[in-house]
Ligand binder design. Sequence first.
Ligand code: MSP
Length: 516
Amino acid sequence: MTTPRHYLTTPIYYASGEPHIGHAYTTFLADALARYHRQAGHRVHFLTGTDEHGQKIREEADRRGVTPLALCDEMAGRFRDAWSELAISHDRFIRTTEDEHKVVVQAFVQRLHDRGHIYAAEYEGWYSVHEERFFTEKELGPGNTDPIAGRPVERIRERNWFFRMSAFQEDLVRHIEENPDWIIPEIRRNEVLGFLARPLEDLSISRPRSRLDWGIPLPFDEDHVTYVWVDALINYLTGSGAIDPSAPEDARGFEDTSGSWWPADLHLIGKDILTTHAVYWPTLLMGAGLPLPRQILAHGWWIAGDTKMSKSLGNVVSPLELRGHFGTDAVRWYLLREMPVGGDASYTPERFLSRYGELSNVLGNLASRTLSMVVKYRDGIVPEAAGGGLEAEAESALAAFHRAMEARRVHEALGQAMDLARAANGYVETREPWAQARDEARAEDLDETLVTLVRTLVLLSAMLSPAMPEKMLELARHLGFEAVPTLPEAQRTSSAGTRVAKMSALFPRTEFPGAD
Ligand code: MSP
């Protein structure tokens, strides 16, 4: 049997801004899925990185008085550091200014050109620097603004290269209709189908160098650079290793991607970049004769309280600042547990504290009381006994956990684990181990209670480690493991005879600084 494989991607983030909770959310989601699959023994390739070309970067560099590359070097470092502090386990961090990527982009557009899908034409339209794209007259917001960010658009007339995107409209619609889970959740799939109900225009894939020099030159026209979105989307192909830039042109790998990670199994994105991923990208791939990604998951939007987060409003929530107060895993837990995958969510300090409370009062409490009872009543050695009553709950929680993870409903999977921890706390209350300990005749009952609780914790450490790798390692170590057990290991382990250690609070009680 071949080992299942998963190639997971996040968007590549613009190297013009700081990492915020929106970026962190997509990346946590990908990380939790990557860890979940690795834990099952599957092969995983997890790609993230930074998007470093285009007008946005050029303008930010000019504003700061540095070269675009100097800005990108700094910001790519910032993202890398953030992901390392937040325990992201990507296998590859890609930068679009890398030589390898440049060669792949050029080979890709050359191939589109060779296959007759590219033509030059004069174009006039409304251009938004902020969104880095043209909008049609009909799409514009009030006072000639772009309909997404509401920023001013400019009237631009120029000669550009176009990709015959319209030629692939029918094939794309058919693909979406034949593969109901290709875009999830369904509301996003319907949005794309709605968009495709109108005739698709061709896509301008170049920018004249005279207007914008910060991009990858087109191989067949030195006076133009590749449109930043085309450049950016191709990162998924570069990161797959499918195209060998050092191979001769006719042997680069476009005909056969089987030795690489391509096609991606899952593109994780926010709903703001659905059209580029579900329309531009698949049609470009069709044009190049490459297989399509297997699935696209578009998640919802984080807002701060009831307001959109923006630099100008100064209300952008920093995942690193939250980490400074509460620790990496608390931030991961909050974002992953709070937002139903696909829906929107609002960040508030109150909600953060209430999710943190769940960690300390339910999970942390279960861990510290269980471990201290094993130490107190059984000298730290887990007794030998059959399970005593939580087996059915554990089994059904585990089955629901797997179902939810497979359906990419990470928040629901985590909810299942936390409900099991709640059930285990309830079990402590009904079994009253302190009363069992006072009565010699009930020694076996106490053994049963303790072993049941320890096994539940072992299972919880495995279930929760994709979301909270650091804290679950700490817990697993106190439970006598060297590393977090995999789920099958956790299910097999009897724990009898294992030495466990008391633990100080897994999630110490804490507040936001300045709170009373
Ligand atoms: N560079 C492009 C993506 C190119 S992918 C080939 C881009 N970058 S971005 O820095 O703006 O990041 C966009 C992604 O960050 C969103 O798709 C989403 O994944 C995440 N988020 C940014 N802000 C967000 C929220 N407020 N809420 C949720 N996610 C958001 O677009």
